[in-house]
Design a protein around this ligand. Sequence first.
Ligand SMILES: [Zn+2]
Length: 187
Amino acid sequence: MEKLEKSDKLEFVFGCTKCGGQVHIQAESREQAENWLRAQSGFCPAGGNHVELSFEGCFEYVGISPKVHKIPSKQERFKAAITKMLEEVKNGRAVLTAGNIGIPTIHNIKNARHCGFGFFEVTLPNGNTINFDAGGAMHQAPEPIYGWTYLRGDAKGWGYPYERVIKRLTEISKGATDLKEGFDGLG
Ligand SMILES: [Zn+2]
């Protein structure tokens, strides 16, 4: 086995028996990867559209991927999160952050009902619903993002400002540093 530097991680692969998906977890040990899986709530991290996640009986250890990962720096993780969010919004998906970087945050979603497992839902005046995962089910990102998640359902009906978000994320990806600029509502 490759000798690991202290800052390196291996990639552990688990299969989900409920949806058949796979989850790749970068961790320093299998135990650490399993602990991460045990702590998940919200939708299945293997990509399935289900929230029943019991580590025992749901996730099966597949093996270790030969890849060794350098633990990315905070700056690299920040950039990766911005790049991924920008790509998703350009593809028509809506994203929310935990911290305020000038795009809608989970705190901008008013009247959200907590349905358990960190899953929140809102019924809009037009009768459609939107929902999102918060807490531990969010994609990890360093501050000032703190985490990000998808706004699913009728995001357009909620008034999700796609163009503004694309403009803002593009500015940040090009090096805008005024990250304290807040998202101050819709429109
Ligand atoms: Zn699953």
